[in-house]
Design a protein around this ligand. Structure first.
Ligand code: GRG
Length: 291
């Protein structure tokens, strides 16, 4: 059921992105950009955005467009994450990483172009929401991607390698690196609905918890998963001396931690039942997936 929903979202998102790109002038970077965007990917961030959007009766097509901008930033972060100066990974989604296929310089530039494409999509006239709301969305997604978000989290991730790091600091790093984009996905529907600041903050925090859950599940896959299923090399965190909750608490305690976190998120969503059923289903998938 969830797989079918994810496939539909992936299909609709990719269709939007293909049309969006096809309306632009051709460039030498397009092939590498398309490789980053269309070489697979679960589109889980778009799914969360659509699940939260459905709590507030938002239009599916609007959410697909906003999700497409998120997927551009996500694809950018994966291309850069695989670079030799970052995590130095040669396989992504079961295929050669972008820098292996196109060379480092092209991968860096294609990544940068995907980041800016996210802003082109959000500021485009085809996204039919008012200008002030577009500004608010662009402001929030920029904040989530920069030094206080994904980039800052990635810095901490690299900086913490082979060091003893506290639980609080690991959580903070994972929330920045992975959680901030989920925070954006959870906050965007409330921004569109012009909800008050405290409600937006509440959903940003739910997003941070979902992102943390997602990252912990990713770490569990790295620990126990296989290349063939995960589509990327596993067992890397240990080799690189990454600071993860598994390295600190052990595998079994991390599974307990993840289940407690899942319960905490579901408790926060109780007041939105039964509309939150699809979101809860996505959360279960996040924890129990194998890729
Ligand atoms: C500022 C956007 C930006 C990037 C530069 C390289 C970098 C800084 C950040 C890396 C952030 C990163 C890759 C975090 C890991 C998040 C994660 C678990 C990614 C895997 O996501 P999935 O499983 O991927 O959703 P698919 O393949 O399904 O799309």
């Amino acid at each position: 059921m969830i797989k079918r929903k994810l496939n539909k979202i992936a299909k609709d998102t990719n269709l939007f992105l293909k049309r969006f790109i096809s309306k632009q002038k051709k460039s030498n970077l397009m092939v590498a950009m398309k490789y980053g965007l269309f070489s697979g990917g679960k589109k889980i961030r778009s799914k969360i955005l659509i699940d939260v959007g459905s709590l507030f009766n938002l239009d599916y097509k609007t959410l697909i467009i906003i999700g497409a901008s998120v997927e551009c930033i996500h694809s950018y972060s994966l291309i850069h994450d695989d670079l030799p100066c970052m995590d130095d990974d040669s396989i992504r989604r079961g295929k050669p990483s972008a820098h292996i296929k196109f060379g480092e310089a092209t991968a860096v530039l294609a990544g940068n172009s995907l980041l800016t494409m996210a802003f082109e999509i959000l500021s485009h006239k085809d996204l039919r929401i008012n200008e002030k709301t577009k500004m608010d969305l662009i402001n929030k997604i920029s904040e989530s991607s920069g030094h206080l978000g994904i980039a800052g989290g990635q810095y901490l991730d690299l900086n913490y390698e082979r060091k003893k790091i506290s639980k609080k600091k690991i959580e903070e790093m994972e929330i920045k690196k992975t959680g901030k984009l989920f925070s954006f996905c959870c906050a965007a529907p409330l921004i569109i609905k012009k909800k008050n600041k405290s409600d937006i903050k509440k959903f940003e925090n739910i997003g941070a918890d979902i992102g943390l859950l997602f990252q912990v599940a990713d770490d569990l896959i790295d620990y126990k998963g296989s290349l063939l299923v995960a589509g990327k090399k596993t067992g890397k965190d240990k080799k690189k001396g990454k600071a993860t909750l598994i390295s600190l608490l052990g595998y079994k305690n991390t599974i307990k931690y993840a289940n407690i976190l899942l319960k905490k998120i579901n408790n926060k969503l109780k007041r939105y039942e039964p509309k939150s059923k699809s979101l809860s289903e996505t959360l279960n998938y996040i924890l129990n997936r194998n890729k």
